[in-house]
Write a protein that binds this ligand. Structure first.
Ligand code: ACM
Ligand code: ZN
Length: 564
């Protein structure tokens, strides 16, 4: 028996020594850093004896999520009870009583004998759980098996303890739109990969996933009324190798090389529903993007009758944008798009539908009799105003269904549709102009929010990217609210997001490389109060957090400390 006790003592003392020393806030790997956080002496010893007290069944889903996380990271779950245990065992209380008035807020109080997690609603509670999970040791600290080594008649070991540092946290986000985008058109990512991406968003308390589903190079969403969108539009014959080049006349160079391999993929409506439900369980809204009036060649390859020139077309095999776009003079084009949006709106509960609006080449409109007739009939000045007519007409349709549109900042040209929100990508000017017109804005300027840009000064150390340079520190320093807005105008800045365009991102592993850990840095720009942000402190936390990423097998970039 003595031998067994000794073995236990040995394992246990190793476990104590292996614990990181709590030397201050920076050692707690919480990302994004909480609004108010005070660390105190001591730990809460979590064990299989700890009861999970659920005061309100409305929180069952989140409590189950905590148990799933515990099982994955520590190897055991907690028993769920609905009354406080009387025998003084360590407990976790989840209280619905607290009314903070802020939707996404929560409080987490970790004491030596009790963890109190309180929130007004499921979303706040979920964020509290994410914080609690980040405070768990990354490695399973001990297991029942440890105590059985070398012993033929092992004792019954009641529990293995996991020490969680004592903290008092009062938390809520700085911005309401905390988004990440993924382009699944240029390259296709499976439903499982998209779910993994959503897991990463959830870990950093993002609440919007902007799903770029259509573009010149591929249509990725099943539309029942128009099956050719997927049978034709989801496929491209081959793909350009490297970057596009042009001859003296601006035409694609004859020397550009293609891979000769057909490429395609799409999500069925059942798959879309599954991903939407998955995101919802993680309190993430999916905003689908259906591009119009430009970047629509994949749709026009399937249904050329809605173009100006009539086709035939092929799904784009090059990077860049096609000159062929939807015909704005043809009423049937609008019926076609409205039918598509009707199916899209039924699939996505999001308040906003993204209608694209960016980089629409207007050359075809200039020479199209129908488009020119529309300009004349509607007393429009030019093709920019025709684009505005197009977007406003679609907005009316979407608004009538109880939804709102959001579009890239080109939708300002020719006049903003009355209720549209703007995604400012060509710098911040579009966002500033929209906020001054009292339109809601999501900031996503190329610098630093385009995560398809390089993140190391030494490009030879990175996979080929589209260009640009957005290192981790510049993402961390980003403040979504421009200085030159009045306090009232600033209220129209809903938040920000980063975009992961995938022309040169061919695998999900590369998506991880481009988005991580920049996503972690952006999460802090969107969640943590500006006064609390500190890059050095972030790097210390990130290094500790990187152990979690290693354990998850994430292919994150490791250019943590370089200067701009
Ligand atoms: C964009 O990058 N064209 C929105
Ligand atoms: Zn036309």
């Amino acid at each position: 028996m003595k031998k067994i006790i000794l073995a236990f003592a040995l394992v246990y003392s190793q476990f104590i020594i292996a614990q990181p020393k709590q030397t201050g806030l920076a050692t707690l790997p919480i990302i994004p850093l909480s609004k108010e956080l005070k660390q105190s002496e001591g730990n809460f010893p979590l064990s299989t004896e700890t009861k999970l007290v659920l005061m309100n069944d409305a929180f069952k889903q989140e409590v189950d999520y905590l148990n799933t996380q515990l099982k994955t990271s520590q190897g055991f779950e907690l028993q769920i009870v609905n009354t406080l245990p009387s025998d003084g065992n360590y407990i976790i209380v989840l209280s619905p009583d607290k009314k903070t008035g802020a939707n996404e807020a929560y409080e987490l109080s970790i004491n030596p004998n009790q963890i109190l997690l309180s929130a007004e609603n499921n979303q706040g509670l979920y964020y509290g759980i994410q914080t609690l999970v980040q405070l768990l040791p990354v490695e399973k600290t001990t297991t029942l098996k440890d105590f059985q080594v070398g012993d033929t008649s092992p004792p019954v070991v009641k529990f293995a303890e996991v020490k969680i540092p004592c903290v008092q946290i009062t938390d809520a986000p700085s911005y309401q739109w905390r988004g990440m985008h993924l382009d699944c058109s240029r390259h296709f990512f499976t439903k499982e990969e998209v779910k993994k991406y959503i897991d990463y968003l959830a870990m950093y308390k993002f609440n919007v996933f902007h799903w770029h589903l259509t573009d010149d190079q591929g249509w990725r969403i099943e539309i029942k009324k128009y099956p050719l969108l997927t049978s034709i539009g989801s496929q491209r014959k081959e793909t350009l190798i490297g970057k596009p080049t042009f001859d003296k006349e601006g035409k694609p160079s004859a020397t550009d090389k293609y891979d000769g391999k057909s490429y395609g993929g799409f999500y069925t409506q059942e798959e879309i529903k599954e991903v939407v439900a998955y995101a919802k369980s993680k309190h993430i809204t999916i905003v689908p993007e259906i591009e119009m009036p430009g970047q629509s060649l994949a749709a026009l390859a399937a249904y050329p009758q809605y173009s100006c020139a009539g086709g035939p077309f092929e799904t784009f095999t090059r990077w860049g944008v096609s000159d062929d776009v939807y015909c704005a003079g043809n009423d049937e084009t609008f019926s076609f798009i409205q039918d598509i949006l009707t199916e899209v709106m039924a699939l996505f509960p999001s308040e906003y539908i993204h209608i694209g609006g960016d980089e629409c080449v207007k050359e075809r409109w200039k020479v199209c009799a129908k488009c020119q007739k529309r300009i004349a009939d509607e007393h429009l000045k030019n093709e920019n105003e025709l684009q505005s007519y197009f977007i406003t007409r679609i907005e009316k349709f979407v608004n009538a269904k109880g939804k709102k549109i959001i579009g890239w900042d080109e939708i300002l040209e020719g006049g903003l549709a009355p209720n549209a929100a703007v995604m400012s990508w060509r710098g911040t000017q579009g966002g500033i102009a929209a906020a001054k017109q009292k339109h809601y804005v999501v900031m996503t300027p190329g610098k630093p929010c385009y995560f398809d840009h390089y993140q190391s000064k030494d490009k030879t150390k990175e996979p080929m990217a589209i260009g640009g340079f957005n290192p981790l520190d510049s993402v961390y320093a980003y403040n979504p609210t421009p200085k030159n807005l009045t306090a009232e105008e600033a209220t129209f800045i809903m938040g920000a997001q980063a975009n992961v365009w995938t022309e040169y991102i061919t695998s999900f592993s590369q998506v991880e490389y481009m988005s991580m850990p920049r996503m972690a840095a952006l999460s802090e720009s969107l969640w943590t109060p500006k006064a609390k942000k500190n890059y050095k402190d972030f790097i210390v936390r990130l290094k500790a957090h990187a152990k979690t990423l290693d354990k998850m097998g994430v292919n994150y970039a490791k250019h943590f400390e370089q200067k701009k």
